[in-house]
Design a protein around this ligand. Structure first.
Ligand code: NAP
Length: 261
């Protein structure tokens, strides 16, 4: 059954980082379909064209590397200067490296932390003063905010940190009418997940089998399912939620005994 677009974000202004593909693109397009003006950001500005094209005139693209404070501040300034407000900030940009801990270089550790943790920190920090009428900040965690893996220590550490950043920011901003929540997906059908699983499994077919084992309800989760969760967190439908985690994992963390090696 198709979910109807009801104008649930009419007149709202949103920023979505990491919006050139995958989860961020799905969120940006969903928000625009629901009436928001969206600033979509990524490092490669040319890659944002596809997202902008799907926005029916309500998505603008802006080059931004979230590792850098000035670039994230420029997104927030564009929202307030060009659109008059900032209502929703989605800190989605992220990178995932799969190395074993003993093979992780300082450069890889720093890139992961600077993108996933510091990038989210800048997004939260600069959004708060811009949300003068209250607002919703949505961070992207992962099932690895709650459980480790047999590789990817830097990534897992970063997503654990984003969970606690979310909770602390929620505690600091509740009195300002700003809500800060985190979406924690299992395996979502994006380029990031395909690269990850196909490097491990060796083929698209084996990836389907393995992800169905990991996430027995869904296998690879459609990006639209994460976008609809973001829409819920962006609107008044979630008005009593802050510091909360939405785990969307197709049943992955419901038990431990459905995963075979
Ligand atoms: P993806 O397909 O690799 O897309 C990542 C997006 O982030 C791209 O638009 C990329 O564009 C952008 N990006 C990367 N580094 C950036 C930076 N420093 N500054 C600005 N933009 C940057 O990833 P995805 O699978 O959609 O994942 C999105 C988020 O969900 C991530 O935080 C990820 O950790 C989380 N997540 C994903 C899954 C999954 O299974 N896919 C599961 C759990 C959590 P550029 O390269 O042009 O910058």
């Amino acid at each position: 059954m198709a979910v109807q677009d009801l104008g649930r974000l009419d007149g709202k202004v949103a920023i979505v980082t990491g919006a050139s593909r995958g989860i961020g693109q799905a969120i940006a397009v969903k928000f625009a379909e629901e009436g928001a003006h969206v600033i979509a950001a990524a490092r490669n500005a040319a890659d944002l064209a596809d997202t902008v094209a799907q926005g029916d005139g309500r998505i603008v693209g802006q080059q931004c590397d979230v590792q850098h404070a000035d670039a994230v501040k420029a997104l927030v300034d564009r929202a307030t200067n060009d659109f008059g407000a900032l209502d929703v900030m989605v800190n989605n940009a992220g990178v995932a490296l799969q190395d074993l801990l003993v093979d992780t270089t300082e450069a890889d550790w720093d890139t992961t932390m600077n993108t996933n943790v510091k990038g989210t920190f800048w997004g939260v920090k600069f959004a708060i003063p811009a949300m003068k009428a209250g607002g919703s900040i949505i961070n992207l965690g992962s099932i690895t905010s709650f459980a480790g893996e047999q590789t990817s220590s830097a990534y897992v550490t970063s997503k654990g940190a984003v969970l606690m950043l979310t909770k602390n920011a929620a505690a600091e901003t509740a009195r300002l009418g700003i809500r800060v929540n985190i979406i924690c997906p299992g395996p979502v059908d994006t380029p990031m997940a395909r690269v990850y699983f196909e490097a491990t499994t060796g083929s698209a077919e084996r990836t389907e089998e393995i992800t169905r084992m990991y996430a027995p309800l869904t296998g690879l989760i459609p990006t639209d399912d994460i976008a609809r969760a973001a829409l819920f967190l962006a609107t008044e439908e979630s008005r009593s939620m802050t510091g909360s985690s939405l785990l969307i994992d197709g049943g992955l963390l419901a038990s431990w005994d459905h995963i075979e090696s």
